[in-house]
Design a protein around this ligand. Sequence first.
Ligand code: 3HC
Length: 280
Amino acid sequence: MKKIGVIGAGTMGNGIAQVLAQVGFNVVLSDINQESLDKGMAQIEKSFKRLIDKDKMSEEEKQQALSNIETTIELVDVKDCDMIIEAASENVEIKKNIFRELDRICDEKTILATNTSSLSITELAGVTHRPHKVIGMHFFNPVPVMKLVEVIRGMSTEEEAVNSVIELCKKLQKSPVKVEEAPGFVVNRILVPMINEAVGVMADGVAKAAEIDEAMKLGANHPIGPLALADLIGLDVCLAIMEVLYEEFADTKYRPHPLLKKYVRAGYLGRKTKKGFYEY
Ligand code: 3HC
């Protein structure tokens, strides 16, 4: 594998493109408009600057990594990639359209991976003629820092595709964990209901956002509190995950908290909109 296509230059997509480029893959980063690509590339440059400032990267290494990334607003430009990692919006119809198109333009042997945080791999695979080549490759935010990648097998995913993705994770110096398809997989099924509960604790007036976060940092040894984490992940993404868990399990324990919905409806999505539970 030499050339990898990344679909979506948002929070996850630009992080994935960055780590691929850093270890020498040629990356084709695709999004629907130039503005999203420019924002994604600016984020990558910011991340490289952070590494340079800490003497973890040289200027030459940065230039080399940047030159490994080609950007495009035409999905068809990923057609000769050896593998595709889709990291578009967490919306099943958008992802299905992308998978239909990728299936049409890419070689039949090309693995199509999705970075979905909770949607069904099997459902996405179902719109292609290669369900055995469709797999989940779930990175964590911030991608350059977080070691885990959940490697998710859909109903028809073949072992060869699983092994290729695990090999790729190792090249990226990530730690893959094999997971069977299930709503929220492992991490988000546990993590996001915890965030939802923290919103409930705040809504009940038990403590303020900063106090809840301080309590969870000191009391559960988490690196950041659940509400700060929600701002990092994106409140819209947290809500989308809760909605999938609620719908799939039909269990009220996964009901998204009304206050979480209210924040999302207000457009307070966290760091990306400069306002969520905190202001940035
Ligand atoms: N990009 C690149 N590097 C980053 C970064 C970013 N966005 N944010 C932080 N870093 C690096 C820093 O440069 C620093 O590097 P160093 O150790 O080499 O000096 C290191 O990460 C620690 O950063 P800071 O000292 O600035 O700040 P913190 O100690 O608070 O760490 C954090 C920041 C790594 C984000 C930490 O708060 C953390 O681990 N938070 C929890 C993150 C988490 O749980 N992510 C999973 C979310 S769930 C998810 O993504 C799944 C999805 O489907 C929803």
